[in-house]
Design a binder for this molecule. Structure first.
Ligand code: PLP
Ligand code: TYF
Length: 399
């Protein structure tokens, strides 16, 4: 049956990592895939994760299946993290959460759920967005029609909020709008607090359904600060969904630890939604992998480990902020023309560098520096040891 089948295109970001691994040059730098790296260039297991794993090793008594929607203690921990412990969404019981395999799995389960009851809804994604949003919403059910709303302005290297709002004004009732809750991938450009309020108000007025992708909580300004966006949709009292992930903020990438949370008007509707989430999960992968969820729950529910986690998360966040500053200074020191201060204003792991395709390919060919096409850079790929090398390479490429 495969004779006449053409191969599917590889994922451009993961393909770049493969190329990077093959590269023998010791000076190589990977600014591609969205994975945190420390000063030594490693993606470490967090100390709080190691500590939790030691406890689990000694106390775990079974590897029997989890419930279809995961451990209820995990769902509770996720809700406290994404909504804040005192949130009305939690006390009212109007949200349900299912453990999903990563943020990707969460997006897909959520997309399948929406498709089951609203197959004709249009899905709106930011221009640009994480490429897999198109993949996931295009693959759910019979595939959604996907449209873009204005977001990034390449002139100002910031947000085109007017365009965003005027596009979102056109969204029909019942359509779905995918929003990056913080640390926009790929641009690093986020909304200000007042702008979030306005978008949540618009969602309430127009009746479209926000689907928040919350993959980087804690990488912006902090765990509490970064949920500001989520809080605005909660306060608006509308239906919305959140796909959250512990891949980045707990470094649990390969443990596939995420969650889909669906916020409804009341507890009885939430229960109905949960019954359908379970059907979708049961027919996809039956129940989630346990390890990452157990680790995250133990950390979030144990005060000392929770504190340790917040400190380690702050370390990661601050290192990236520092790399932003050092890159801006490094480019200036190498005499690169132009104002790169926007890099310091952007949030999270990524920045749209504004480097042209020619610059990106020159960096790759002449300096073994790997950047995703379009110029997105992962700041966590920079270290104090390689920043001068990278800055000089950019200066050479731009000459
Ligand atoms: N959403 C965005 C915007 C992302 O950047 C990522 C990962 O890079 C994800 C979702 C999903 O992450 P994971 O499935 O690894 O939890
Ligand atoms: O850097 C990015 O945007 C990648 C991150 O299974 C990623 O898409 C990599 C692998 C994966 C999920 C996300």
């Amino acid at each position: 049956m495969w004779k006449s089948v053409q191969p599917a295109p590889p994922d451009s970001i993961l393909g770049l990592t493969e190329e990077f691994k093959k590269d023998q040059n010791p000076q190589k730098v990977n600014l591609g895939v969205g994975v945190y790296k420390d000063e030594a260039g490693n993606t470490p297991v967090l100390r709080c994760v190691k500590a939790a794993e030691k406890i689990l090793l000694n106390t775990q008594t079974t590897k029997s299946y989890l419930p279809i929607s995961g451990d209820p203690a995990y769902a509770d921990a996720v809700q406290r993290l994404i909504f804040g412990a005192g949130s009305e969404v939690i006390s009212s019981g109007r949200a349900v959460t299912a453990h999903a395999p990563g943020g990707t799995g969460a997006l897909r389960v959520g997309a399948d759920l929406i498709h089951k009851f609203s197959p004709d809804a249009k899905v709106w994604v930011s221009s640009p967005t994480w490429a897999n949003h198109n993949g996931i919403f295009g693959a759910a059910g019979a595939g959604f029609e996907i449209t873009q709303y204005g977001y990034y302005d390449s002139e100002s290297k910031g947000l085109d909020f007017d365009k965003m709002i005027s596009d979102l004004e056109q969204v029909s009732t019942g359509d779905v709008v995918v929003l990056h809750a913080c640390c926009h991938n790929p641009s690093g450009v986020d909304l200000h607090d007042e702008q979030w309020k306005q978008v949540a108000g618009l969602a309430a007025k127009k009746g479209w359904i926000p689907f928040l992708d919350f993959a980087y909580q804690g990488f912006g300004d902090g765990v509490d600060e970064d949920r500001y966006s989520v809080e605005q949709f909660a306060a608006a009292g509308i239906d919305f969904l959140v796909a959250s992930s512990f891949s980045k903020n707990f470094g649990l990438y390969n443990e596939r630890t995420g969650a889909i949370t669906v916020v409804t008007p009341d507890e009885s509707q939430a229960k109905v939604v949960m019954s359908h989430l379970k059907t979708i999960i049961r027919t996809n992968y039956s129940n989630p992998p346990a390890h990452g969820g157990m680790v995250a729950t133990l950390i979030l529910d144990t005060p000392e480990l929770h504190k340790m986690w917040l400190e380690e998360l702050a370390e990661m966040r601050n290192r990236i902020v520092n790399m932003r500053k050092m890159l801006v200074a490094g480019l200036a020191a190498q005499g690169v023309e132009g104002d790169f201060s926007f890099i310091e204003k952007q949030r999270g792991m990524f920045s749209f560098s504004g480097w042209s395709d020619d610059v990106v390919s020159s960096l790759r060919k002449n300096n073994n520096i790997y950047v995703v096409g379009g110029g997105r850079i992962n700041l966590a790929g920079l270290t104090t040891a390689n920043i001068e090398y990278v800055s000089k390479a950019v200066a050479d490429a731009m000459k």
